[in-house]
Design a protein around this ligand. Sequence first.
Ligand SMILES: [Zn+2]
Ligand SMILES: [Zn+2]
Length: 418
Amino acid sequence: MIRAIRGMRDLLPPDTERWHQVELAAREVFRRYGYREMRLPLLERTELFARGIGAETDIVAKEMYTFTDRHGDSVTLRPEATAQVVRAFLENGLARTAGVKRYFLIGPMFRYERPQKGRYRQFHQINCEALGSDAPELDVEVILLLVDILREVGLKDLRLLLNSLGCPVCQVDFRAELKLFLFDREGWCPDCERRRGVNALRVFDCKSSHCQKLLEGAPALIDFLCPDCARHYARVKELLGRFRVDFTEQPRLVRGLDYYTRTAFEVTALGLGAQDAVAGGGRYNGLIRELGGPDLPGIGFAIGQERLMEVLPAAAADVRRELVFLAYLGAAAKDRALALLGELRAQGLAALMDFDDRSLKSQLSLADRLEAAAAVIVGENELQEGAAQVKWLADSRQERLPLGELAGCLASRLKAHG
Ligand SMILES: [Zn+2]
Ligand SMILES: [Zn+2]
């Protein structure tokens, strides 16, 4: 037997149905906020991510699925969406007109991480990107949108963590101060040892508890904000308060990418560890220019779908699907059942039947295993009388319905049930 690749997993029903509900809810919220969908390739040139995420980040340095194609080009399965949304934005000329461009993207991402519980090498994200404005009102719109999606899908007890990463102007002083702090202490892990020389901010990403302990008392970026960044951050906090969104300021929050500026945020949920955010995002004002475009700002977020599903309340245990199962006895009844099957489906009902001439008993137990709402039984008697026996499988209640009105009757009863 050939097995799936390590770290990859199959998503099967009924999980796929729950995923679909979550995605539908997200799409509905995006619609309300005027965001429209992009669908982009899974494969991009490696260079896009090296430049768009930052060569010193863990993602680019250790976690990318990179290989050489038949032509000899280095290509990478996308590890995140922002860089490629910006690539598509520039390549398709969307930067040429004024105004904020609002997009969302839903799909799989790939990172070569050590597989562990709840972490997969193919994972899924719901992404939001708003390009073309530096207004703090846009930061707040994006955060409100995120909170709305998470509430809409039923997530309770969520916690919003907020920080400002400043701009290149205020980061200069901060980096200098941080470097002094990092070189003042010894005992960093080999990664941080290297990072403190080349990209000091990345030390904050280190997962080693020893490094995290060494970082206690490190300078915080919010103490170095220039007047513009300070004003921006204050306005974001003021507006969040006005929209009654609770938040906690988290000076250590830096995000795992190089091009984040100003507002950075994460949402954690009860039931997940502090390190496991359900969603995270922030501003990336330097990224569009870094990728060869005009000097335009942008902001976005990503929701981790696997983690979101992990913390959502479980679906009710005994939910019958809105499915009608047609059982038949004998060849004539089989033909009639086939015709009925077509009628039910044409009326918009979910209906199916077995074709293998099993006993009535095994057809009914099949219906039960499929969690059908109702089983319709068609036999010789039913054909003669022009009526079918309908068994409601949740409570075993039975009734007779005229064959001619079957579709309409079942539809109205199923609607009353749902
Ligand atoms: Zn600044
Ligand atoms: Zn470290």
